[in-house]
Design a binder for this molecule. Structure first.
Ligand SMILES: [Zn+2]
Length: 387
C-alpha cells in the first residue's frame, strides 16, 4: 500500500484560494491542533517561502508544514474527522509571495544565463526578499539584470509547472539549489528560466508587476541582492516617494534638488560646528574672566558642556582659588558628571570623602578627580561651602 499523501492543489493552480477538503486526521498538540486534509491549497513553509495562513471552516490556520508529503495545518480549534470543510487561504498575502517568488526565478534565471552564477540562498523576509549568488556583480550588472527582468514581465510569458518523468528529467537543463530526492517539480518561465521548485507561482510573468533590485552586499564570496516585486515594490515606492516629497517640502525645494541640498546642508553643518566651537571657546574665556578670586572653593554648574570644555573651565578657575575648583555638568533630575582639581588639597582623599558624603562615584590622581554624582545642586554647593 502506498503511504498517504496530501493532494497539493497549489501545485497546479497558484491562484486557487477557496476549496473544499475532507479532514483525514486531527490531533491535539499543546494548545493547538494538527489537521491533515485529503487535499489542500495551503502551501507549507519551504524553499524560502513562508507557509500560507487562512481558515478551515471556523478554525484559524496559523502555520502549515510538510512531512513526507503529508501536509499538516496548525489550527486553533479541533475539526471533525471525515467532514468536508470550506477552506480559504489568505490570498492577498499568497499573491504577494507568488509575485516575489516568480520575480526571484526570473532574476536568478537571468543571472545564471548572463553570468553563470548559481542562486545559493533565497529568503522572503517581512521588509524585502534576499537572493544570494556565488559570484560578484557590479552595480551596472545589477541594473542590466533589473532591466531584462522587467522586460520579461512586460513580455507576459507563461509560467508553468510539472513533474517530468526520470528520462525527461535527465535530459532537462534546469537550476536547482540542492540534490532533490523523490519527484522533482519543474517551474518553467517560457524563454527565461527552468528551476526545481516546490512553491506556487503566478501563471504569467505580467502578474509579477515591477521587479526592483534594491541594495546589494558581498556575501560569502558572492553577492546578496535585496529585491521586491509587484505590490510590495509599489508599497516600497510609495514609502520612498512620500519620504522624498516630505523631505523636499520641509526644505522648500523640488524633489530632484534633494541630493544637492543634502551636500549643501552637510557643508553648512560643518561650518556651523566650527563656528560653534570658536564661540564656545570665547564664551569660556569670558566665563573664566568673570570668576572672582577666592581662598575657598569654586563650583561651576553647566547644563550642556563638553568634557574638554569642563576641564578647561576647571583649570581656568583653579588659577583663581585657594581650594578646590570643580565643574559640574547635568541637572538635579539626571545627576551630574564632574571634574575637580586642587593645588594644595589631595584630591584622591577628597574623592573618598565625596563618595562617603555625597554618594559620588569618582576617582583620579592627587591633583585631579572626575566622576558622577546623584545629588542636587544645593547639596553639592553646601558640601563645597559655596552657598
Ligand atoms: Zn522557487
Amino acid at each position: 500500500m502506498t503511504p498517504f499523501e496530501t493532494i497539493k492543489l497549489y501545485d497546479t493552480d497558484g491562484h486557487l484560494s477557496r476549496f473544499f477538503a475532507k479532514v483525514i486526521s486531527c490531533d491535539k498538540k499543546d494548545d493547538f491542533y494538527e489537521v491533515v486534509l485529503d487535499k489542500t491549497a495551503f502551501f507549507p513553509e519551504g524553499g524560502g517561502q513562508e507557509a500560507d495562513t487562512g481558515k478551515i471552516g471556523e478554525a484559524k490556520v496559523s502555520d502549515v508544514q510538510i512531512n513526507e508529503n503529508v501536509i499538516i495545518h496548525k489550527t486553533d480549534i479541533p475539526l471533525e474527522i471525515g467532514i468536508e470543510y470550506d477552506c480559504e487561504i489568505e490570498y492577498d498575502v499568497r499573491f504577494r509571495r507568488m509575485q516575489n517568488h516568480t520575480g526571484e526565478h526570473i532574476v536568478s534565471g537571468l543571472v545564471h544565463k548572463y553570468f553563470g552564477y548559481d542562486n545559493t540562498g533565497f529568503h522572503m523576509g517581512h521588509d524585502d526578499i534576499t537572493v544570494d549568488f556565488n559570484g560578484m556583480l557590479t552595480e551596472s550588472d545589477i541594473r542590466k539584470i533589473e532591466l531584462l527582468a522587467n522586460k520579461a514581465v512586460f513580455e507576459n510569458k507563461a509560467v508553468s509547472s510539472y513533474y517530468p518523468d526520470e528520462d525527461e528529467l535527465s535530459s532537462l537543463e534546469y537550476r536547482s539549489k540542492k540534490e532533490i530526492v523523490g519527484r522533482v517539480r519543474i517551474v518553467n518561465i517560457d524563454g527565461y528560466d527552468s528551476c526545481a521548485c516546490c512553491a506556487p507561482h503566478v501563471s504569467r510573468t505580467g502578474e509579477v508587476g515591477i521587479i526592483k533590485l534594491l541594495d546589494f552586499e558581498k556575501n560569502k564570496g558572492g553577492i546578496r541582492i535585496h529585491m521586491l516585486c509587484g505590490f510590495d515594490a509599489l508599497e516600497d515606492y510609495e514609502r520612498r516617494y512620500d519620504l522624498m516629497a516630505n523631505s523636499a517640502k520641509s526644505l522648500s525645494i523640488g524633489q530632484m534638488q534633494l541630493g544637492d541640498a543634502i551636500v549643501r546642508l552637510g557643508e553648512e553643518i560643518s561650518a556651523l560646528k566650527q563656528k560653534n566651537y570658536e564661540l564656545r571657546e570665547e564664551l569660556y574665556i569670558y566665563k573664566m574672566e568673570k570668576i572672582e578670586h577666592t581662598e575657598g572653593n569654586i563650583c561651576i554648574f553647566e547644563e550642556n558642556i563638553r568634557p574638554s570644555d569642563m576641564r578647561n573651565l576647571m583649570n581656568g578657575a583653579l588659577e583663581k582659588c585657594g581650594g578646590i575648583s570643580a565643574v559640574f555638568c547635568g541637572s538635579d533630575e539626571n545627576g551630574y558628571t564632574f571634574f575637580a582639581a586642587s593645588k594644595n588639597i589631595k584630591m584622591r582623599e577628597q574623592s573618598v570623602d565625596m563618595q562617603e558624603k555625597l554618594g559620588a562615584k569618582c576617582g583620579g590622581s592627587d591633583e585631579m578627580i572626575q566622576g558622577s554624582i546623584f545629588a542636587d545642586k544645593k547639596t553639592i554647593k553646601k558640601y563645597f561651602g559655596v552657598l
